[in-house]
Ligand binder design. Structure first.
Ligand code: ZN
Length: 158
């Protein structure tokens, strides 16, 4: 059996926060505002794998009403969510992602992000891809006040 999953997330970008994508910190002068560390890509990927397995979503597993998740490392949350997915018999076939932000350019960091996500998801880095997109100057992404991430994954079970 195979199942597809979709994840999307958006965070406001503000000064005084770290800019994290898939556990990799990128120097940007601004970072994601969030209850956890705000890692927008980790959140989108978490929702994609949980959704494919029919196991809920990130807000249900790690509610912001629970102080335990304040400033949480989102890659720890992703690993924890994916262990539920694995325990249900699924393995990841591949993951494809798009990160939409005006600045900075993601290309120099892309391979580090792929390796980081691949490690958390028990796959080879060539099963994970991440594209950088801009907002073409339009909307909050284009104005540089937000970053958005999209993720699609395929899970397989024997
Ligand atoms: Zn988020």
């Amino acid at each position: 059996m195979i199942r597809v999953g979709l994840g999307q997330d958006l965070h406001r970008l503000v000064k005084g926060r770290r800019f994290l994508l898939g556990g990799i910190e990128i120097p940007a002068g601004r970072g994601e505002l969030g209850y956890s560390d705000g890692d927008v890509l980790a959140h989108a990927v978490t929702d994609a794998v949980l959704g494919a397995a029919g196991l809920g979503d990130i807000g249900a597993l790690f509610p912001s009403s629970d102080a335990a998740w304040r400033d949480a490392d989102s890659m720890v949350l992703l690993r924890s969510a994916f262990s539920l997915v694995k325990n249900s018999g699924w393995r990841l076939v591949n993951l494809d992602c798009a990160v939409c932000c005006e600045k900075p350019k993601l290309l120099p960091y892309r391979d580090n992000i792929r390796y980081s996500l691949a490690q958390a998801l028990d796959v080879s880095p060539d099963a994970v891809f991440v594209k950088g997109k801009t907002g073409e100057g339009l909307g909050p992404v284009g104005e540089g006040t937000a970053v958005e991430a999209l993720a699609v994954c395929l899970l397989e079970k024997e």
